[in-house]
Ligand binder design. Structure first.
Ligand SMILES: [Ca+2]
Ligand SMILES: [Ca+2]
Length: 122
């Protein structure tokens, strides 16, 4: 009798939520406050209403989302602005953010839904 190699189903290891899961949950909670609308959230954090998110405004977003502490938020904000700022005004405009957000906003409706956030970076 031929031995049938039992094709072991890949068992999903019971893995503890990794850091990215934690970030995704924070992002979901934050987006929920703004009805998942990117525009609503952007306008909320553009405190100075100049059409761009500066490092201080971004740090406020990170604070509300529960990321890091005052120092790490300041560092993260400065790095994010440096990386994303295309026109050198030290702020992130929608035009500078949208190419990144579009990768998450799969159906391009301007909302970041929990499903899309879950799928991001997997
Ligand atoms: Ca602003
Ligand atoms: Ca800019």
């Amino acid at each position: 009798m031929k031995e049938v190699a039992t094709q072991a189903e890949p068992v999903a290891p019971a893995k503890a939520p990794d850091e990215n899961d934690v970030y995704r949950d924070k992002a979901k909670l934050l987006m929920a406050k703004y009805g998942y609308h990117i525009k609503t959230m952007f306008e909320h954090y553009d405190v100075s209403k100049d059409g761009g998110i500066d490092a201080g405004e971004l740090a406020g977003l990170l604070r509300d989302a529960g990321f890091g502490n005052t120092l790490t938020r300041r560092i993260i904000s400065n790095i994010a602005i440096k990386k994303g700022d295309g026109d050198g005004d030290n702020k992130l405009q929608r035009s500078e953010l949208d190419p990144h957000l579009k990768k998450v906003d799969v159906n391009q409706d301007g909302d970041l839904t929990p499903d899309e956030i879950d799928a991001a970076g997997r």
